[in-house]
Design a protein around this ligand. Sequence first.
Ligand code: ZN
Ligand code: ZN
Length: 218
Amino acid sequence: MIDLHTHSLFSDGVLLPSELVRRASVNGYNVIAITDHVDSSNIDFVLPRLIKVAADLNKHWSKNIKVIPGVEITHVPVKMILELVSYSRSQGRAIVVVHGESPVEPVEEGTNKAAIEAGCDILAHPGWIDDDIALISKERGVALEITARAGHRKANKHVYEIGQKNGATLVFNSDAHLPSDLLNDLQIDTVLKESLNINKEQIEEIKNNSLNISKRFI
Ligand SMILES: [Zn+2]
Ligand SMILES: [Zn+2]
């Protein structure tokens, strides 16, 4: 089990990174990325701390779970996305998620495209994407997210269908903020089967995509 998008109390999650990781490990996760919300006010505060705690936890718990530090660049002006992605890359091995144009939040138009062009790792909950967005995400190797998060998940089936049609990489994440948002293996399969109407093989493909992305960082 791999989750590449979660939040700690370094943004709007409720758990300290160590507790989030411990609880994820008990739920059966093998890899977890902590990707707190950042903009230019806090990226230099949050990211080094997540890099530090990830190194500490990997030193002691890596037999059970591996931790990837990261950020979710959230609601920033479109013109700033590239510089914040570049800053994150300059800090070391950290996964870069961008908060996409969710159907339930007023994310600035153009965010999806700018995030893909900036070469983030995952475009989270990208909403009502068109073929062009899916195609450039395939070309740039940016994964499109299928999400367990209420609200954002309204567009899951659309993201899956347009993504598949254009050969984009799709990943599934919890976007956990609370302990109860962490899933177990059965829940992951159930959410994917029910929201996307896909079979076992297609579910395995999504899980395999997460595995491949995680290998860039561990
Ligand atoms: Zn949040
Ligand atoms: Zn998030």
